[in-house]
Design a protein around this ligand. Sequence first.
Ligand code: SAM
Length: 256
Amino acid sequence: MRKILIIGIGSGNPEHMTVQAINALNQADVLFIPTKGAKKTELAEVRRDICARYVTRNDSRTVEFAVPVRRTEGVSYDGSVDDWHQQIAAIYERLLADELGEEGTGAFLVWGDPMLYDSTIRIVERVKARGQVAFDYDVIPGITSLQALCASHRIPLNLVGKPVEITTGRRLHESFPGRSQTSAVMLDGEQAFQRIDDPDAEIYWGAYLGTPDEIVISGRLAEVKDRILETRAAAREKMGWIMDIYLLRKGADFEE
Ligand SMILES: C[S@@+](CC[C@H](N)C(=O)[O-])C[C@H]1O[C@@H](n2cnc3c(N)ncnc32)[C@H](O)[C@@H]1O
């Protein structure tokens, strides 16, 4: 039966690759690499670099495929994501049927870790449910951008004995500072931190983590907010794209 390996490749630094991930890469007959459009060629480049560094067998192949752009106009958020996943599932199904022999092993190289704000696992499950191609699959964990953020700032993720909420920019207002003392924010196209008005809030922000272009800024939110906004806008203008993540926190490890 065909075998799929969903491999977490870390968040930008090829040295994030674990030994397990490297071994999995070398089990694959075909390496599937998503390309996300011209502006993010650097991301496809990191995947190519990883293959060049770590693939030691010389009989495997790389197959690049374009990821469709999600349609957002005239549909609800859930409907738009559902349609998008359906389109990608059809692409995966075709890749498995056309590019992998019946006993072949294919690998999807997933940014960071496949369990964190990534839909490869659920899309692969969709393909399985469609029942057109028989296969089994395994997931190999990777270093997330959240781990990379904490490492670059040299901070623990949680305050002692306290919970952490991981959320998106769109939903940050539900989380911090009311419900959570530590909120990690990903996928934030609106810089939702600028609307947080809390004198005790601190922010740990990072962009292009793990890459040569990494930028990190931290401090009291009210004091560094504008610097982050300016730095982010300038970097985005220069690079043509940006990926950033941040942690908002208030309180202390040991409180009365
Ligand atoms: C679709 S999610 C994928 C997350 C990934 N699976 C992970 O484990 O980190 C993309 C979001 O992750 C964050 N991200 C991923 N890589 C990053 C990096 N190198 N630097 C900063 N943020 C990153 C950003 O918030 C971005 O919007």
